[in-house]
Design a protein around this ligand. Structure first.
Ligand SMILES: [Mg+2]
Length: 370
């Protein structure tokens, strides 16, 4: 079975606001084969640049677009396609946006592999994959603490057991930060796991003092208190913090994630399958995390494709948990059709082959960037 085409599917809302919501524009890829079987993948990046990386025509050696590199290759030989993409883009890759773009192709090839073998991807990744994956609701902090109750009550009504608030106004004002966390804890009660995403706003010293302030709220984890590349800082925080420290969503290359796990010693590592190289790299990161005792919880703030990929991978982990974005963007909620069901804080995965995702054509047409 040969790859005949890699199609970049680019979507954008009519108005993109300056907020930390990556579901306002997005880039999917559809890999086509000569059998008619196709696979979908998601790229979490600057969508315009990543699109160019997929679509760029053949050039001199080592600088082709990724689509051209894998065209004609066997869809079943994912490792060969990966190596070809690394070699073929070596003048402008293989980190950053090239790795992000590779992630979408990897995901799509695993989707195809699942369809060929009539198995969900999780069963191809692990013999002990589960069908039900706990998930946490993930939203941005509102601007004022008194606005938290509305979303918190809605999460409780829907049966969530874990909730994460992040970004927004968090960072510069210690009193406001504590007030946000206190309001969330009060609104959710003591039984719910509460995670806080600081959004890379502090240095080590400030993070220490915030942790002192916030430790009484019994947080499940504190996410990205520091710049993601501050491995020394993560090492120091991880060694001393009573709140488990989480990070990793922004990292692209495997060597950086390895450093964060081995040297930074974070309690929770959050690879984004749409950035790191898809399922293939996630498998390797998962093995390493297992050896070191880090908990892997995929970062998944995108469309239904990334949701499905993350849930499939999380289903193979020792302690499954995945992010479930509650962003209201139609690209997050409606662009992709899938049969993952949510009830009482749990995603139930079907046995649909591959990732079980298809495009919702009506929404796709409405938001497609030509
Ligand atoms: Mg985050």
């Amino acid at each position: 079975m040969k790859i005949t085409k890699v199609e970049a599917l680019h979507f954008r809302l009519p108005v993109v606001r300056e907020i930390a919501d990556g579901t306002q524009d997005c880039l999917l890829v559809q890999v086509h084969t000569d059998t008619g079987i196709t696979g979908l993948g998601e790229i979490v990046s600057c969508s315009y640049v990543a699109r160019a990386v997929i679509e760029a025509p053949r050039s001199a050696p080592f600088r082709h677009g990724l689509g051209k590199i894998v065209e004609g290759m066997s869809a079943g030989k994912i490792d060969l396609a990966t190596q070809a993409m690394i070699d073929g883009s070596i003048w402008y890759g293989p980190g950053g946006v090239v790795r992000h773009a590779m992630s979408g192709i990897d995901m799509a090839l695993w989707d195809i592999r699942g369809k060929i073998s009539d198995q969900p991807v999780r069963n191809l990744l692990s013999q002990t994959a589960v069908d039900r994956v706990p998930c946490y609701a993930s939203v941005l902090w509102p601007n004022r603490p008194e606005e938290i109750a509305v979303s918190a009550e809605s999460f409780l009504e829907q049966g969530y057991k874990s909730v994460k608030y992040g970004w927004g106004p968090m960072g510069p004002d210690a009193a406001l930060d504590e007030s946000l966390v206190a309001s969330a804890r009060e609104a959710l009660g003591t039984e719910i796991d509460l995670m806080v995403d600081a959004g890379r706003v502090w240095d080590v010293e400030t993070a220490h003092s915030r942790i002192e302030q916030l430790k009484k709220y019994n947080l499940c984890w504190l996410e990205e208190p520091l710049n993601p590349y501050d491995i020394k800082g993560y090492k120091e925080l991880s060694a001393n913090s009573p709140i488990p420290i989480a990070s990793g969503e922004m990292l692209t290359l495997q060597k950086d994630l390895k450093q964060l796990i081995i040297q930074g010693k974070v309690s929770v590592v959050q690879p984004d399958l749409g950035r790191i190289g898809g399922f293939s790299v996630a498998q390797e990161i998962g093995l390493l995390a297992q050896e070191t005792g880090s908990w892997t919880v995929p970062h998944a703030f995108g469309t239904g494709v990334l949701l499905a990929a993350s849930a499939q991978w999380a289903a193979t982990r020792q302690k499954p948990l995945t992010e479930f974005t509650r962003a209201s963007s139609p690209l997050a909620q409606e662009l992709v059709l899938h049969d993952i069901t949510f009830k009482d804080g749990m995603l139930t995965l079907s046995n649909a082959p591959g990732m079980g995702v298809t495009l919702n054509n009506h929404i796709a047409e409405k938001y497609r960037v030509s």
